[in-house]
Design a binder for this molecule. Structure first.
Ligand SMILES: NC(=O)c1ccc[n+]([C@@H]2O[C@H](COP(=O)([O-])OP(=O)(O)OC[C@H]3O[C@@H](n4cnc5c(N)ncnc54)[C@H](O)[C@@H]3O)[C@@H](O)[C@H]2O)c1
Length: 246
């Protein structure tokens, strides 16, 4: 029980990696708020793991503040924050991504990290403890063509992780990131453009361990980085990528 007595908020917990992280956190003893823009999936996950559901738009400051307030009302102090909710545009030449789509990706993948920090970092600083985990991507390290602005949003997230880590270290707050490789979640189809055996084979050929990542892989890595076992680790972006970035 790595996370017993801990409280956690996981954004985007209704699906994919966020669901895997929420499940693992609960199995390790944490009390988990499952936060998602999709109210039904947030509730279903909270029911499954005995957590608390919250409907949130992570790109909206008022909504994020309400999530933080609801978490404090349910749990008291918040020990762990996982910024997992994220989206992509479809594979597109960079000059053809619309301004609306660009803003949408940056709002949900980047601005959300600022908004949740604004809402939750003061409490962590006051208590002198906390763990924040940003779900970035191998896309931020080794970008694939045509996922251009999504790649850049994840590079932003990795730099934000380092900036937060160095600034918050004196307050006992650790900040890390995970860089997943393509994973078996509903988002995978959007990365591939079309889900055909040929496109799958092309993606898999770039992963030395020969398989896509899974929500369980992310749950395992996340529970380690957010636990006391990782108390000397801050500012890393850990690749969970089957060797893709070698
Ligand atoms: N699946 C992959 O191949 C892959 C690879 C690398 C990184 N990632 C990253 O992992 C994270 C999770 O992705 P996933 O594959 O599990 O995707 P997913 O689509 O399965 O789940 C994302 C969840 O986020 C929620 N969400 C979307 N917009 C939201 C918003 N504005 N506010 C709150 N919740 C919102 C969705 O409702 C959904 O439940 C993302 O940040 C993604 O960029 C995914």
């Amino acid at each position: 029980m790595r996370l017993s007595e801990k409280t956690a908020i996981v954004t985007g917990a209704g699906s994919g990696f966020g669901a895997g992280i929420a499940r693992k956190f609960a199995a390790e003893g944490a009390r988990v708020m499952c936060a998602d823009i999709d109210a039904a999936s947030a509730q279903a996950m909270a029911d499954e793991i005995g957590g608390v559901a919250c409907t949130v738009d992570v790109g909206d400051g008022t909504s994020v503040n309400a999530m933080a307030e609801a978490a404090r009302a349910a749990f008291g102090d918040i020990d762990i924050l996982v910024n997992n909710a994220g989206i992509t545009h479809l594979p597109t030449p960079m000059e053809d991504v619309s301004e609306e789509e660009f803003d949408r990706v940056l709002r949900i993948n980047a601005k959300s990290v600022y908004l949740t920090a604004r809402a939750l970092v003061p409490g962590m600083k006051n208590r002198g403890t906390g763990a924040i985990l940003n779900i970035a991507s191998t896309a931020g390290v080794s970008p694939r063509p045509r996922l251009n602005w999504y790649n850049a949003s994840k590079g932003w997230m990795i730099t934000a992780t380092q900036a937060m880590a160095v600034e918050l270290a004196p307050f006992g707050v650790r900040v890390n990131a995970l860089n997943p490789v393509a994973g078996e979640t509903p988002l995978l189809k959007s990365f591939m453009g079309e889900d055909t055996p040929e496109v799958r084979a092309k993606f898999l050929s770039t992963i030395p361990l020969g398989r896509f990542s899974t929500p369980e892989d992310m749950g395992n890595a996340a529970s380690f980085l957010c636990s006391e076992e990782a108390s000397m680790i801050t500012g890393v972006a850990l690749e969970v990528d089957g060797g893709r970035c070698i």
